[in-house]
Design a protein around this ligand. Structure first.
Ligand code: CDP
Ligand code: MG
Length: 144
């Protein structure tokens, strides 16, 4: 087991539903610490950069429109195996295919409006954290 950091996002559909608190509660119940948190309304270039890996996919234009449609919350999470743990708590991309009790199963609307984002590997976690947070915006808990 390793102490890791990962990047998470609470997407505009979840803010519209008023479930920031519920999602943060599930993060904390999974023994993940929120070590960075900021709210913003992303503009097009920022979303296009964030999701650059998907830019040739047919769903890309719609995804960019969705992610710029309203405010979202960027989070830095820390914990044992944080990357895999957070992916597990989120559930599969498509809420219909996500396991019982996962955030996407419980709160996702469809494969696009699926409430949350999570980095999928150490490399992407490092890149995505850097994309959204300066070093001094991520706290270090002495007691962790
Ligand atoms: O978010 P995750 O890593 O589970 O899935 P992804 O394959 O990296 O896709 C990124 C995001 O694109 C998803 O979370 C969805 O919001 C969106 N997407 C979509 O709109 N339609 C698809 N068929 C697949 C993904
Ligand atoms: Mg992904």
């Amino acid at each position: 087991m390793a102490l890791e950091k990962t990047f998470a996002m609470i997407k505009p559909d979840a803010l519209e539903k008023g479930i920031i608190g519920e999602i943060c509660k599930r993060i904390e119940e999974a023994n993940l610490k929120i070590v960075g948190m900021k709210m913003h309304k992303l503009d097009r270039p920022r979303v296009e950069g964030f999701y650059a890996v998907h830019k040739t996919k047919p769903f890309f234009p719609q995804l960019v429109a969705f992610m710029t449609s309203g405010p979202s919350v960027a989070l830095a999470l820390e914990g044992e195996n944080a990357i895999a743990t957070w992916r597990e708590v989120m559930g599969a991309t498509d809420p219909e295919k996500a396991a019982e009790g996962t955030i996407r199963r419980d709160f996702g609307t469809n494969v696009e409006r699926n409430a949350v984002h999570g980095s999928d590997a150490p490399e992407t976690a490092a890149l995505e954290l850097k994309y959204f947070f300066d070093q001094n915006e991520i706290v270090q808990y002495e007691w962790m």
